[in-house]
Design a protein around this ligand. Structure first.
Ligand SMILES: NC(=O)c1ccc[n+]([C@@H]2O[C@H](COP(=O)([O-])OP(=O)(O)OC[C@H]3O[C@@H](n4cnc5c(N)ncnc54)[C@H](OP(=O)(O)O)[C@@H]3O)[C@@H](O)[C@H]2O)c1
Length: 253
């Protein structure tokens, strides 16, 4: 049974992804911070699938916490789905130096350190697959995501660099750049917006997705299908790519 670490496992995308991969026959190792949510999901995984659903509470933004974590308890790992923690988006490209430092520490340096500590465990696998979850601001500028534009591009550059560096160890590093995803939290926000605009959620979604060629946002399960493909044989000769999972929204070639 292939053992896959999923970070952000308890989130809107992560929980659906974790269940889908566990049902597909992977042994999932869950990471997030909130212990109650981790326990609940871990129980669901172990009670309904063959996966043990081992779960660990760890703040990926904290170098200190990552340094204290005993990675040797994890054993061999065949894959990693890394969802770097995201801070509130801002449209201000001139965030203060302190804010920039916070963004980089939380969303890049911390999760990258976590990734680096997993390399010896990934090297034990015959062919390990790393899937980095990103957003479409890695492919084109989004005016209301000023800091994310920079951080997402930093990750794409790092993923490409790591694909070159780790290829000799049969460790693949690929990125999925997501457009809008209809997580429960996002649907709840849309409901509030629809009420305040005195319209239905269907009409609001129709308006919001009018510039998406497929005329829809993704369901979390559709993200899980794309991750599953990159973890499987589909990517046996693919590394260093950044794939948009955005219904065709991104216009660049
Ligand atoms: N939803 C979308 O439309 C969309 C679009 C593009 C990209 N994405 C990306 O997809 C990923 C998942 O999105 P989502 O909507 O599922 O987010 P979410 O529902 O907010 O879930 C975030 C997950 O990350 C964990 N987390 C947050 N901060 C953490 C930290 N410092 N250390 C460790 N774990 C942490 C959360 O659990 P705890 O709080 O318990 O730690 C939770 O499991 C994110 O990287 C996001 O940027 C999402």
């Amino acid at each position: 049974m292939k053992r896959i670490i999923v970070t952000g496992a308890t989130g809107g995308i992560g929980s659906e992804l974790t269940m889908h991969l566990a049902k597909a026959g992977f042994d999932i190792i869950l990471f997030a911070r909130d212990e109650n949510r981790l326990r609940a999901l871990s129980s669901k995984v172990s009670e309904t699938t063959e996966s043990k659903g081992a779960a660990f509470s760890l703040d990926l933004s904290s170098i200190g916490a990552i340094n204290k974590f005993d990675f040797s308890t994890l054993g061999k790992v065949d894959g990693l789905v890394l969802m770097p923690p995201q801070l509130e988006p801002t449209a201000d490209p001139f965030a203060s130096p302190e804010a920039w430092k916070k963004y980089f520490d939380a969303s890049f340096i911390g999760p990258l350190h976590f990734f680096s500590r997993l390399i010896p465990l990934l090297k034990e696998s015959e062919r390990a697959k790393v899937v980095l979850i990103s957003g479409i601001s890695s492919l084109q500028v989004l005016s209301h995501y000023a800091t994310s534009n920079v951080l997402r591009c930093a990750w794409v550059a790092q993923a490409k660099t790591l694909a070159h560096y780790l290829g000799k160890d049969s460790i693949h590093v690929n990125t999925l750049s997501l457009g809008g995803v209809l997580t429960d939290e996002y649907v709840a926000e849309l409901k509030v917006e629809a009420e305040s605009e005195k319209t239905s959620i269907e009409k609001l979604l129709e308006k919001e997705t009018s510039n998406v060629p497929l005329k829809k946002y993704a369901k979390p399960l559709e993200i899980a299908y794309a991750v599953e493909a990159l973890l499987g044989n589909f990517s046996d000769h693919i590394t260093g790519v950044n794939i948009a999972v955005d219904g065709g929204f991104t216009k660049a070639y």
